[in-house]
Design a protein around this ligand. Sequence first.
Ligand code: TYD
Ligand code: MG
Length: 453
Amino acid sequence: MWFCTECGADSPKWEGRCPSCGAWNTMVEERVTYRKRELRTSARRGGGDIGRSVPQRVSEIKAGDETRIHMPSEELNRVLGGGLVSGSMVLIGGEPGIGKSTLVLQNILSIKSRRILYVSGEESAQQIKMRADRIGRMSDNCFIVTETSLENIFEHIREIEPQLLVVDSIQTISSEAVESAAGSVSQVRECAASLLRYAKDENVPVLLIGHINKEGSLAGPKVLEHIVDAVLQFEGDRQYMYRILRAAKNRFGNTSELGIYEMCQRGLREVTNPSEMLLSRQDEEALSGCAIGVTLEGIRPFLIEAQALVSTAAYGTPQRSVTGFDSKRMNMLLAVLEKRVGFKLAQKDVFLNIAGGLKVADPALDLAVIAAILSSNVDMPIPHGVCVSGEVGLSGEIRPVTRMEQRVREADKLGMKTIIIPQGSLKGVDVSKLSIEVVEVNKVEEAFRNLFG
Ligand code: TYD
Ligand code: MG
């Protein structure tokens, strides 16, 4: 069979383009022999009658008392939508070495009241013990087993009867029912499906850890996305110690929430005040090319720094380089500056960077990006205590963004003195109690005048 490594669709013959998701050159060949029936009975406790479901009226379905398990990490709870739903299967994906195992281990070692089985297919028990020592947490209710065979994992499950199961990582687990190698699309799909059946039948939450690999030798968690209830992505830059946990899919919560951590010597530390990521150097002299914007991820506003460097192009074609921001969007903003404000940027190299290794998609950061670029272009620093928030339209107008009140309050809380926002975005809001000065602007030129006098 041929499988698409992107979406997991199968096809009896090779195709250049996946018939299901349309991705090019993603079909890989795998040998498949299913012995499904055996697996299904062995996966169930006691075997015998294969659980047949009975239709119920919605009003008759009982919601259990403990539908959500509160995890020790508040950031994780937030991303999960208020805790781990029992009987759900959650996939935590991310590049190798980003800290997935650390995140999960740290959490389960703090849950003392539940029996937890941690299946590791990657590290030996000793290695996990070393990590646990490093994190400095211990729990008598946490069982660790090094295992890669799905059938053996179900043996352990029957013995230990865990109330929470962790599989690290799904790509290392293989089932005898499928002949292809561990990590292949059919293996990953089969193992995940069996674990899902277990989660739903026994009402036990299952946490899967999955790698993202661009080479395609490991089946990417994309294949799993359809199967699991929630996909959490753990991302960040190796250079920066900050890690962002975000939900790419969540059946039990919204997907705009962010969890922020910092990788420290003794495990991951929760960053409850994300603005600290950039406000550390407020005592130093202000530098040109830096602008502070107020962005909103989920329901939490925080301040973030945009840094730009504009210099005369050394070679014929000017360079445009962007980290943490949409490069198309930056090009659009540059065109707006060129056409509407009259800045000659066409012959300049422009480098843009969002501090802290964060990736943001909030349009309210437009104004901060523009401010940073202008500041670098005229080589004038934006004074300390000034921040901006607003979307920039194609004609150079500053457009209102959502929840401006929250943004202004956050900026005020963090000791900002002035905030520049779109005209009319604080209608009916009483800001007289705040000590921050609110400046409303209509056009990019006005914002520019306010920033640089
Ligand atoms: P790990 O959880 O093994 O990543 P993953 O499971 O996603 O592959 O994290 C590995 C990295 O984290 C490794 O480079 C070491 C670092 N680390 C710390 O900096 N501090 C710590 O306390 C721990 C446990 C790991
Ligand atoms: Mg790991």
